[in-house]
Ligand binder design. Structure first.
Ligand code: FAD
Length: 141
């Protein structure tokens, strides 16, 4: 049974580029052993992450992530049972925001700022899918 989960959170003050790389490294290592795939987006102090995999594994990971002190205000945006993965190629990919067109954010929100707290989970998922399609994903495997 595969599921896909998306959440948003606000980074702790300590999260800089090095900390982000450390989270990505830790995620890739952990996910590779539990069959989890997904993509992490970080912009303006906000994380948006999609996790895919077995229901037990994804739920257990989400509970661990929600307790992580490196972020706060963790909010579940979307949870669904799925027939196939969308991000099978990445144990944890990162959206390359340097290639992000601000018009894409404006398409879905009031300002050109990534703010999943201000829109519905459905809108965040639609935006996320376009980000993945247009901004390219950094990090193999
Ligand atoms: P342990 O390594 O035993 O750590 C114990 C506690 O310390 C946990 O509460 C942990 O959250 C915290 N912790 C661990 N490392 C650090 C650190 N360097 N600095 C501060 N606190 C720390 N993990 C994955 O496996 N896959 C993911 O996709 C994933 N995505 C994440 C996304 C975000 C935005 C964040 C903030 C974390 C993510 N993590 C991910 C890390 C996850 O929260 C856990 O730290 C990790 O899974 C290890 O869990 P553990 O119980 O083995 O913790």
């Amino acid at each position: 049974m595969l599921v896909r989960l998306m959440y948003a959170s606000r980074a702790a003050d300590s999260v800089d580029q090095d900390e982000l790389l450390s989270i990505l490294k830790q995620s890739k290592a952990g996910n590779a052993t539990s069959g989890i795939t997904g993509v992490l987006c970080f912009s303006g102090g906000i994380f948006l992450q999609v996790l895919e995999g077995g229901r037990m594994q994804v739920n257990a990971l989400y509970n661990r992530i929600a307790a992580d002190k490196r972020h706060r205000d963790v909010v579940l945006l979307s949870y669904e049972e799925i027939g196939e993965r969308r991000f099978a190629g990445w144990s944890m990919g990162q959206v390359n925001l340097s290639r992000l067109n601000p018009a894409l954010l404006l398409k879905y929100s009031e300002t050109a700022v990534l703010d999943p707290y201000a829109v519905s989970g459905q809108v965040s998922m639609a935006l996320f899918e376009e980000l993945v399609a247009t901004a390219s994903i950094v990090g193999q495997g």
